[in-house]
Design a protein around this ligand. Structure first.
Ligand code: KIV
Ligand code: ZN
Length: 522
């Protein structure tokens, strides 16, 4: 019988700590829903004391998600713990995750606390948390560089004070697999009350060893792995959920463990996290990279044709990748369309099906072949356009090798139709300048990328932009058969996030020389 390893996903907490990966409430809730479908055991929804936005997102996730435990992070302080509890207490199964550093360097320079003071704080804060919530996880930050004897004392005390999960982080990604496995084994064999808790591990990837360290840990007694989708996280990131889960599944001959993960949702979740954060997935990334199942060399292709297992250790279908198939055409009916979306994992309510179906028909008029990816982009765009303060109505461009690049746009901004035109250094620049002119502020474009989502030159282009405004970053994305329109829509998507954020209170009116004519109110 294989033993169960719990999967604790921290994409929304440690993942969000990656510079530039911040997400808004709606985005976090949509990722949490995907994680629930993926069947992770625990979702660490955020760090509620960090900001009002964090608190509200954790609270929203705690009330929306029914089938996963919801954890909120707290430092070893009563105020943090109380705030975390207030954010998660409506969840079906809430968990407070509290931590304090235990390594000499962290205690001396960061905490300025002695070992005895840290021990006192553990006792005080873990029992405080346990009085609020029955499910307590305690972490010894920087455990990988802590004295093992001191760790034993801290862990024993945390368990006696009420912790039922003990998390051992390699906070700085310093440990090697053998060494980390040995730390877990020593804890298992030397902490007298360790049988009253589950050992968890939380590995960072600074040396590219987070997955290997996590696997070594479960071979030595850990039964919970903390990880993130696409390995997102501080610095070089955290253990990648898709890698560690698939390693256990594919090599179950050597790793006699099971997770409850619904692996067929891996690809969809990975794409959602990538598009929301604007963090592209490198093509050769294990499991979810676009080349992970591509066979280029003739000798490999020949082998694959004879027997797919010659070069494939897992099938793309296991992670939910369906062969890009030609699905529907412009004569397809609404029922077939709805059924196809269901197969792709999207249950669309009757309110929105008409809107998306109309957009599908428009696309089918312009594009010969409609692929699964086109349909997924249509559904994603629907989420993007909800609650928008700024919307694109029309766009036209004049551009060429020796001519000026001129853009003319019709936009709806704050329920008023506005027309704007102007020039720029290239058509994208002209469009972005026009939009900035209408909204009255000019965010800095930090990143722009474009990707064809299907084969053929009539493919839709998916554009992702990252804008910086008042020190914060906002990601926008959109797709369209016309890449300038996709660029405009993704810029508008990011601007809507700025407009819906607290930066909105300080946005100043009016900036530029381009003429704007307000044509009518609606
Ligand atoms: O890396 C780390 O040590 C953490 C803790 C808060 C678990 O993220
Ligand atoms: Zn971490």
């Amino acid at each position: 019988m294989s033993e169960k390893v719990l999967i604790f996903d921290t994409t929304l907490r440690d993942g969000e700590q990656s510079p530039g990966a911040s997400m808004n409430l709606e985005e976090k809730v949509s990722i949490a829903k995907c994680l629930e479908e993926l069947k992770v055991d625990i979702i660490e929804a955020g760090f509620p004391i960090a900001s009002k936005g964090d608190f509200e997102s954790v609270q929203a996730i705690a009330s929306e998600i029914k089938d996963c435990q919801i954890a909120g992070l707290a430092r070893a302080k009563h105020e943090d713990i109380e705030t975390a509890w207030n954010a998660i207490k409506k969840a079906n199964n809430p968990r407070i995750h509290t931590f304090i550093a235990t390594s000499p360097i962290h205690m001396e320079f960061k905490l300025k606390m002695s070992e005895d003071q840290v021990l006192d704080r553990i006792k005080d804060t873990v029992s405080f948390a346990r009085n609020l919530c029955p499910n307590i996880e305690w972490s010894c930050e920087d455990a990988g560089r802590s004295s093992i004897d001191f760790l034993f004392k801290c862990i024993e005390l945390a368990i006696n004070s009420g912790a039922s999960t003990i998390n051992i982080p390699d906070t700085v990604g310093y440990n090697l697999p053998m060494e980390f496995g040995e730390i877990i084994s020593k804890i298992k064999n030397n902490v007298p009350n360790i049988d009253k808790a589950i050992i968890s591990v939380h590995c960072h990837n600074d040396l590219g060893l987070a997955v290997a360290n996590s696997l070594s840990a479960i071979q030595n007694g850990a039964r919970q792995i903390e990880c993130t989708i696409n390995g997102l996280g501080e610095r070089a990131g955290n253990t990648a959920l898709e890698e560690v889960v698939m390693a256990m599944k594919v090599r179950s001959d050597l790793l006699n463990f099971n997770t409850g993960i619904n692996t067929e949702s891996i690809s969809k979740t990975s794409k959602l996290v990538s598009s929301i954060t604007g963090f592209a997935i490198q093509p050769n990334k294990a499991i979810v990279g676009s080349n992970a199942f591509a066979h280029e060399a003739g000798i490999h292709q020949d082998g694959i044709l004879k027997n797919v297992q010659t070069y494939e250790i897992m099938s793309p279908e296991t992670i939910g990748l369906k062969k890009s198939s030609l699905v529907l055409g412009k004569h397809s009916g609404k029922n077939a369309f709805k059924e196809k979306l269901k197969i792709l994992g999207y249950e669309i309510g009757d309110n929105f099906i008409n809107e998306i179906f109309e957009r599908f028909k428009n696309l089918a008029d312009k594009k010969k072949d409609i692929y699964d990816e086109d349909l997924i982009a249509l559904v994603d765009d629907r989420h993007i356009n909800q609650l928008a303060t700024l919307k694109l109505v029309n766009l036209s461009i004049m551009s060429g090798t020796n001519s000026k690049h001129l853009a003319s746009l019709e936009l709806i901004f704050k329920e008023e139709v506005q027309e704007v035109s102007g020039s720029g250094n290239g058509p994208v620049d002209a469009v972005f300048l026009c939009i900035a002119n209408v909204i009255g502020f000019s965010p800095k474009l930090k990143q722009y990328s474009i990707n064809a989502i299907t084969p053929d030159s009539d493919a839709q282009g998916e554009v992702s932009v990252k804008l910086e405004y008042q020190g914060k970053e906002f990601v926008g994305r959109a797709s369209d058969i016309d890449i300038i329109v996709a660029s405009a829509k993704s810029y508008i998507n990011a601007c809507n996030k700025i407009l819906n954020s607290d930066c909105n209170n300080t946005i100043q009116e009016g900036i530029s020389e381009i003429s704007i004519s307000q044509i009518k109110g609606i």
